[in-house]
Design a protein around this ligand. Structure first.
Ligand code: SAM
Length: 349
């Protein structure tokens, strides 16, 4: 066993703030004994804040049109093989109606950066959603927009915003994105969202090309310093129509280990067991919960478009109706001793 690692793990478990150099030690799969100690401490930390409750978010993938060309992403602008779609406000409301009936109290509207969704259209939609379902939270995950746009959407009733930072290392960011995209702007957006009053989600892919223990240490340090309300992490999975088609997928074991580390950095964080985790391993969601995750995001999108929102190859859960998807997840969560609750699932401060 590595003594420095073991001692750093103890400090993390004790709730100490760590330096970037400490996180470098925690940025790789540890020996079995240390890994199990971290996992057990993460589960205990999660249970102290959230008990055995797991929150569900109804994910509505509103559009696969995107003006960006992220090198890893299957819905990037240059993927000409992809059949594009976008949902109308009416279709999105129908998905939410179905979700409400199934017990969802958070709707996540996610999509590529698509100019069709103007501030006006989105504000009307959010206003209608919140008027119809005042007991629900609306989460947006629509990429980088102007400060003014973020303000208007918040004023219309949006509660949360998910914007993964992707990597906290500027040079790494530049290798994952084309030159027209900027690390500084992505980070600036996160701080702006926080100031406006959103519950904010950051996050990153595990095993993205050119990621190192050094870049991961920066991600973990950033999470400690920024304290996002939510943190989405999942393995990088290659997509055949992207420049990263030939890169290997991220490691499931490292993803699970990092879920535990993030839970310990911030015990109250809302941490999803992502679809990418479920794609990497048939029991990925259950393993995620056993590593410290407390959120699952079943798909509420119309079945006919689910395959088209393909960020990576072989995406899980694209064939089922929403009700089936929810039932399947409830059973999976119950199988490891947790329960899905009907609740907005806000972050506990
Ligand atoms: N356009 C919005 C944005 O930029 O935040 C939301 C949609 S974007 C497709 C959602 C997330 O999918 C990204 O933040 C990224 O981390 C993840 N993603 C994209 N391609 C992926 C891949 N090949 N493997 C795993 N995750 C991927």
């Amino acid at each position: 066993m590595n003594e420095r690692l073991s001692e750093t793990a103890n400090r993390l478990i004790a709730g100490e703030r760590l330096r970037e150099a400490d996180f470098r030690l925690l940025a790789a799969v540890p020996d079995k004994e240390t890994g199990e100690r971290l996992r057990a401490a993460a589960v205990a930390a999660r249970e102290r804040v959230y008990g055995r409750d797991v929150y569900v978010r109804g994910l509505i993938e509103i559009s696969n049109h995107c003006k960006n060309n992220c090198l890893y992403c299957g819905i990037r602008r240059d993927n000409r093989a992809l059949e594009r779609y976008r949902l109308t406000p009416g279709e999105i409301l129908s998905c939410a109606d179905e979700g409400y009936r199934l017990g969802f109290r958070t709707f996540v509207l996610q999509g590529g950066e698509d100019g069709y969704y103007t501030d006006k259209l989105l504000c009307d939609l959010i206003f209608r959603l919140k008027s119809r379902y005042p007991d629900c939270a609306v989460t947006l995950s629509l990429g980088e927009r102007t400060d003014e746009s973020y303000r208007l959407l918040f004023a219309a009733g949006a509660d949360r915003y998910l914007l993964r930072h992707e990597t906290a290392d500027a040079a790494h960011y530049a290798r994952l994105h084309p030159g027209e995209m900027s690390f500084e702007n992505r980070m600036r957006c996160l701080y702006t969202l926080r100031v406006i009053g959103y519950q904010v989600g950051a996050g990153f892919m595990v095993g993205s090309p050119f990621q190192t223990a050094g870049t991961l240490a920066k991600d973990l340090y950033f999470i400690q310093e920024f304290s996002p309300d939510m943190c989405g992490i999942g393995p990088f999975l290659p997509h055949r129509e992207t420049p990263f088609a030939a890169y290997p997928a991220g490691s499931l074991r490292l993803t699970l280990h990092l879920l535990s580390v993030i839970r310990l950095i911030q015990p109250n964080v809302l941490l999803p067991a992502t679809t990418a985790l479920a794609t990497a391993d048939p029991r990925g969601r259950e393993k995620g919960i056993l590593a410290g995750a407390n959120v699952v995001m079943p798909n509420l999108s119309p079945v006919k478009v689910r395959k088209q929102y393909e960020l990576y190859d072989n995406k899980a859960c694209t064939g089922e109706e929403s009700a089936q998807c929810k039932n399947c997840l409830s059973q999976r969560v119950a199988s490891v001793g947790y329960r899905i609750v009907t609740d907005r699932g806000d972050v506990k401060k």
